[in-house]
Design a protein around this ligand. Sequence first.
Ligand SMILES: Nc1ncnc2c1ncn2[C@@H]1O[C@H](COP(=O)(O)OP(=O)(O)OP(=O)(O)O)[C@@H](O)[C@H]1O
Ligand SMILES: [Mg+2]
Length: 247
Amino acid sequence: MTGQVVLRADGLSKSFGGLQAVQNVTFDHYDGEILAVIGPNGAGKTTLLNLLSGVYRPSSGRLELLGQDVTHSPMEHRCHAGLGRAFQVVRPFPEMTVHENVTVGALFGQPGTSLPQARERAYDLLERTGLADQAARAAHELTLLQDKRMEIARALATGPRVLLLDEVMAGLRPGEAAEAVELIRGVRADGVSVLFIEHIMPVVRDLADRVVVMDQGQVIAHGTYREVTAHPQVVAAYLGTEEGLGA
Ligand SMILES: Nc1ncnc2c1ncn2[C@@H]1O[C@H](COP(=O)(O)OP(=O)(O)OP(=O)(O)O)[C@@H](O)[C@H]1O
Ligand SMILES: [Mg+2]
């Protein structure tokens, strides 16, 4: 694959005490690409995402965002530099309206934005994510699918070039997951590169241009969905796991 690299992880590692949760992880994420990170439970996927978004600093290695070294940058800096993130567990401001929740994202991610501008931008994103008719509802009243949509709208409100998603399909029914897949395709069509963690294999197959497979903290394979699911080490890593390799 050619084109601009939006995220470059070079030998990223993170240990918790004696546990090497992420070990020497290297990959490039290209502009406009939908990149999946998969692996059995405890493989280190969320820890990797936390290294990318700045929740954790790596024990070693380097991270570049749009050509800029952000290895030691705080989360806000990465956000302003173009990195957006939706969290695995959603529930930001339950008493605020859906519109207000997304407005907070717009204010936070784009310094200098006035409140009316942020509100307008938030409303546009609610329309794009199919939530315009829920704008005035309290966030805690949303269904799980609407919650995921709001979380994506909040992350997009910060104006990212790269969007990180941690298991946004978890708990969705198949029809709802298909809607979420369409939403993420739409995000990419708007020029945002997407890196997502996912356990649901049909979603990975349908959505990912390329897949990075982790096991026990390390990248054990990368390539297209077909390539990685045929890889012996990947098959072995998933053997007997709850999620299996499925489709
Ligand atoms: N804050 C922490 N302190 C100590 N150990 C941690 C911490 N976060 C994660 N770990 C450990 O690091 C390893 C990787 O965890 P991580 O959450 O990154 O896996 P994952 O691939 O996201 O798993 P899952 O598919 O279950 O979400 C696990 O052994 C986990 O117990
Ligand atoms: Mg996880």
